[in-house]
Design a protein around this ligand. Structure first.
Ligand code: URA
Length: 433
C-alpha cells in the first residue's frame, strides 16, 4: 500500500474515516522506521481530539496498538483476571482487590502505572514500602503470580510501545482528553496483558478524566466493545470521583489505609467499592451471582486476603512487617491540621483540587523528572455529608517541610465547602455496563 500520513491527517480533519490498513500502517510508523515525525502525529492527534473517530477506527487503532509489542499469554490452572481504574484520587483499590481475588482462586497479574497529573499511581504507592520491587522480569512475574495468585509490576516497556510514544505526545499537546484516544490507550495495554476477564472501574466526576456520566458511559461502551472484539469478557463499573476514595491520599498513607481495610475495617466507601469489584470479578469468572459477595467478604474478613498481601510483599522484596507495624512505612517530618471555620455540613470535597494539593505536598510529580516524597499526603477526618462544628479537624496534611504545607493549605481550604443545609450525597456506583 502506498501510504502517505499527510493524507490521513487531512482525512481526519475532514471527518472522513481511515481504513484499517491505513491505521495499521500509521501504528507501524509510530514504532518502527521510517518513523512518522512527531509534528505530524501531534497534528493527527489534535484532529482526533476535535473530530473524534468512528467506532470502527477506534477498534482498529486499539488492535494495532495492542500488536505494536508483546502480547502476553498466561497458561495457568485458573481464571486470569485484570482490573483497571481510569484514574482517581485516593484510589488504592488494586492493593486490596488483587489479594481478595487471589484468596478466591483468581489469578491477577496486574501491570500498573505511576501517578499522572493529580491522580495517583499504584506503582508509586507500592514503592513507598521499604524494599518493594515492581520492576519484575517476565519469568519472576509469572513465578510470583503462580505462587501467590497476584503480583503487581510496572508496565513493561515491551507492551503496547505505540501507546507509550503516543501518550507522551498527548501529554504535551493537550490531547489526552479524547474518548477514542483514551479507549485505544487503555485497551491496547489491557489486551496485551492477556487476561481473559477485564473489569474496568471508569471514574466519573470532577477528579476524573470523564467529568460526566454521559462521557463515562460512551468511554465504557467503547472499551467493552474493544475487549469483546478480542474475545475477552469485560464489565465496566462507573464510580464516583467527585470526592476522593477513602480517607488517605498519598503513597505510604494509602498503603496504610489499604492494610486497615485488609485487616477487616471495611465498612466505609473504600471497603464497599473493593467488595463490589471483587464480587463482580467472581461473577465474571463463572461463580453464581448469589454467592459472589459472600465469597469476597469471607476472603476479606477471614484474613486470607491479608495473608496473600503479605506473601506478595515478601516475594517482591517488600518488608511484610509493615502489616503489623505501619510506623515502619516512611513518616513525614511535618504535619498540620486544617479545622472547620464554621459549623454546618461538608457539602463537597473537590477531588481534583485535593489531588493537586497532595502533589504540592510532594506525593506526586509536577514534572516527569520530580522525585516523590513517599510520606507526603493528606488524611481526611470528614467526608461529604459529615456535620461539623467550628474548630473541628477537617484533615491533616503531611510533608517534608512547612513551605509545602503552606502551599497546599491554600488549595485545600478552597477544596472543602461547608453548607448550612444537609447535602444530598450521590451513590458511589453510578452504573454498570
Ligand atoms: N490512562 C491511560 O493509560 N491512558 C489514557 O489515555 C488515560 C488514562
Amino acid at each position: 500500500m502506498d501510504f502517505h500520513f499527510l493524507d490521513c491527517i487531512r482525512r481526519t480533519k475532514q471527518k472522513t474515516a481511515l481504513t484499517r490498513e491505513e491505521i495499521n500502517a500509521m501504528v507501524q510508523g509510530i514504532v518502527s522506521e521510517p518513523l512518522i515525525p512527531d509534528y505530524q502525529l501531534a497534528a493527527w492527534l489534535m484532529a482526533v481530539c476535535c473530530n473524534g473517530l468512528t467506532d470502527e477506527e477506534t477498534a482498529a487503532l486499539t488492535m494495532a496498538m495492542r500488536d505494536s509489542g508483546q502480547v502476553m499469554q498466561w497458561n495457568l490452572d485458573g481464571p486470569v483476571a485484570d482490573k483497571h481504574s481510569t484514574g482517581g484520587v485516593g484510589d488504592k483499590t488494586t492493593l486490596i482487590l488483587a489479594p481478595i481475588a487471589a484468596a478466591c482462586g483468581i489469578y491477577m497479574p496486574k501491570m500498573s502505572g505511576r501517578g499522572l497529573g493529580h491522580t495517583g499511581g499504584t506503582i508509586d504507592k507500592l514503592e513507598s514500602i521499604p524494599g518493594m520491587r515492581t520492576n519484575l522480569e517476565p519469568e519472576e512475574f509469572l513465578r510470583i503470580v503462580k505462587k501467590v495468585g497476584c503480583a503487581v509490576a510496572m508496565q513493561s516497556g515491551s507492551l503496547a510501545p505505540a501507546d507509550k510514544k503516543l501518550y507522551a505526545l498527548r501529554d504535551v499537546t493537550a490531547t489526552v482528553d479524547s474518548i477514542p484516544l483514551i479507549c485505544a490507550s487503555i485497551m491496547s495495554k489491557k489486551l496485551a496483558t492477556g487476561a481473559d476477564h477485564i473489569l474496568l472501574d471508569v471514574k466519573v466526576g470532577s477528579g476524573a478524566f470523564m467529568k460526566n456520566d454521559a462521557d463515562a458511559e460512551t468511554l465504557a461502551r467503547l472499551m467493552k466493545k474493544a475487549a469483546e472484539a478480542d474475545g475477552r469478557q469485560c464489565t465496566c463499573i462507573l464510580t464516583d470521583m467527585d470526592r476522593p476514595l477513602g480517607c488517605c491520599i498519598g503513597n505510604a498513607l494509602e498503603v496504610q489505609e489499604a492494610i486497615q481495610v485488609l485487616r477487616g475495617d471495611a465498612r466505609n466507601d473504600l471497603g464497599e467499592l473493593c467488595l463490589t469489584l471483587a464480587a463482580e470479578l467472581l461473577r465474571m469468572t463463572g461463580i453464581e451471582e448469589i454467592e459472589c459477595r459472600q465469597k469476597a467478604e469471607d476472603a476479606l474478613y477471614s484474613g486470607k486476603a491479608l495473608e496473600r498481601f503479605a506473601m506478595m510483599l515478601e516475594e517482591q522484596g517488600g518488608n511484610p512487617k509493615i502489616i503489623d507495624d505501619t510506623a515502619l512505612l516512611p513518616q513525614a517530618a511535618c504535619s498540620r491540621v486544617l479545622k472547620a471555620p464554621q459549623s454546618g455540613w461538608i457539602a463537597s470535597m473537590k477531588s481534583e483540587e485535593i489531588g493537586l494539593a497532595s502533589v504540592r505536598l510532594g506525593a506526586g510529580r509536577m514534572t516527569k523528572a520530580d522525585a516523590i516524597d513517599p510520606a507526603a499526603g493528606i488524611v481526611l477526618h470528614v467526608k461529604p455529608g459529615t456535620e461539623v462544628l467550628p474548630g473541628q479537624p477537617l484533615l491533616t496534611m503531611y510533608a517534608a517541610g512547612e513551605a509545602q504545607l503552606d502551599d497546599a493549605e491554600h488549595l485545600l481550604m478552597q477544596a472543602v465547602a461547608i453548607s448550612r443545609e444537609q447535602p444530598q450525597i450521590l451513590p458511589q456506583i453510578h452504573a454498570k455496563i
